[in-house]
Design a protein around this ligand. Structure first.
Ligand SMILES: [Zn+2]
Length: 215
């Protein structure tokens, strides 16, 4: 086991009740009424726990910080600046998608394109691929109907290097389309949803630790 060390910032998407600095309070809502802003926060808590558990068991030296720990909203730049303030190595923003009636399924991970002032695009893309594969393989085991939508480029305000700091590897994962009933069962209301959420968090933890510098 290669020992890793560094600082991870997790960013649970959305929060609160009003739009702040380009960040909407909530986007996706599941058929059973679960809000994206609450799933993202719960997944960040589970992922933090899983990172700490793995770090202790495997001997990594990892600090992990959340941009928010309650139902509040922060602006996009403000979220990214948490990485800069903590000298983070990695920044992962956690979101869920909405299909908006188009019946879409799957996992995707987003990075800022090189053309959008992203000097460490190759690093970001490698990090995003590790995150994407870990989450996709885990969800596929629980539900073969999911899809690997891959790593995509998008000019996201929360991933600006200007705010993150120049050498932070950053991406945004969209965990699945929570407005689809099958996904609502998978992640929110079905008999195994707690187990599936924990498995996704553990997969994220493994991918995050693997993406840190060697100690
Ligand atoms: Zn979102």
């Amino acid at each position: 086991m290669t020992q890793r060390r560094g600082t991870i910032v997790l960013d649970p998407g959305h929060g609160g009740t009003v739009k702040v600095g380009g960040s909407s309070p909530n986007n996706a809502t599941s058929p059973s009424g679960v809000l994206e802003k609450n799933i993202t926060l719960q997944m960040a808590f589970l992922t933090r726990d899983a990172v700490q558990r793995r770090a202790q068991a495997e001997g990594h030296d990892v600090r992990i910080v959340l941009t928010r720990e309650s139902d509040v909203n922060l602006g996009l730049a403000q979220r990214a600046q948490v990485a800069q303030a903590h000298g983070a190595n990695l920044f992962l923003s956690i979101h869920c998608n909405a299909s908006d009636g188009h019946n879409a399924r799957g996992v995707e991970t987003l990075v800022r394109p090189t053309a959008a002032d992203n000097p460490n695009h190759a690093d970001d893309a490698a990090f995003a691929t590790t995150i994407q594969n870990a989450v996709f393989m885990t969800i596929k085991k629980a539900d073969p109907a999911t899809k690997n939508r891959g790593v995509k480029e998008q000019q996201l305000g929360v991933l600006r290097d200007h705010d993150l700091g120049p050498n932070v590897r950053a991406c945004l994962v969209e965990l699945e389309f929570i407005d689809i009933p099958a996904v609502d069962a998978l992640l929110n209301v079905g008999p195994a949803h707690g187990k599936t959420r924990a498995e996704i968090a553990d997969a994220l933890a493994g991918a995050l630790i693997e993406s840190l510098p060697v100690a």
